[in-house]
Design a protein. Structure first.
Length: 226
């Protein structure tokens, strides 16, 4: 049984989501705002957080930033919000959200996304101390990346994208596979989202960015020559 925290100020939505989660075998606890949520998370860690953006005192984007810049950074987060523009989605996903749902949403879809994120978290391998590819060095526990001995200031998704490509070095990954692995289950973004992140990742890696190769009409790969 997974423990899920829901931060949602709309009582009717909160009760509906909690009921659906509990009815599906999860332990689910609801909070109407940031303050009670942070009080509880300090004592008991959840397996997943469902987070609304429009909240009374501190919006979900600020809560997400706090989570991803703290000891809670590895807890997966699904955003539940009425904001549905591509800009809002990319902003939340770049900050570390694992999925994004626009209200109104169906209960079955919500449960499918919850279970998909929980499955992905369940199969993650034990974190290595150091990952090194050519002149790129990654310290996963700190989520720090160096290229040519210079620290790279990567966004959450740029980091996940780099890790995914390195774990699949010398293998061409399609845009669809990259979207599924990095952005999550049934993300409805377009391929330009991958292209945009590849472009900025290459720039931030400097000369080592040339390791990321484009395979026309297919996708991308990191060629290490190993």
């Amino acid at each position: 049984m997974s423990k899920i925290y829901l931060v949602e100020d709309d009582e009717s939505i909160r009760e509906l989501v909690l009921y659906a989660l509990q009815n599906s075998g999860h332990e689910a606890i609801g909070f109407e705002d940031a303050e009670p949520f942070f009080k509880v998370i300090k004592q008991n860690l959840p397996d997943l957080i469902l987070l609304d953006i429009m909240l009374p005192t501190k919006d979900g984007i600020h809560i997400l930033k706090e989570l991803k810049n703290s000891c809670y950074c590895d807890i997966p987060v699904i955003m539940l919000t009425a904001k549905g523009s591509e800009f809002d989605k990319v902003k939340a996903l770049d900050l570390g959200a694992d999925d994004y749902m626009v209200k109104p949403f169906g209960v079955m879809e919500m449960l499918s996304r919850v279970n998909a994120v929980l499955r992905r978290m369940g199969v993650k391998k034990e974190i290595q101390e150091v990952i090194k590819t050519r002149d790129i060095t990654i310290y996963p526990k700190k989520r720090v990346v160096f290229s040519n001995n210079q620290e790279c200031n990567l966004t959450y998704k740029e980091y996940e994208l780099l890790i995914y490509l390195i774990k699949n070095s010398n293998i061409v990954m399609t845009r669809e596979k990259i979207m599924d692995a990095v952005w999550g289950f049934d993300y409805e973004g377009e391929s330009r989202t991958v292209d945009m992140h590849i472009k900025t990742l290459r720039q931030k890696l400097g000369t080592e960015g040339s390791l990321i190769k484009t395979v026309r009409n297919v996708g991308y790969t990191i060629m290490t020559g190993e």
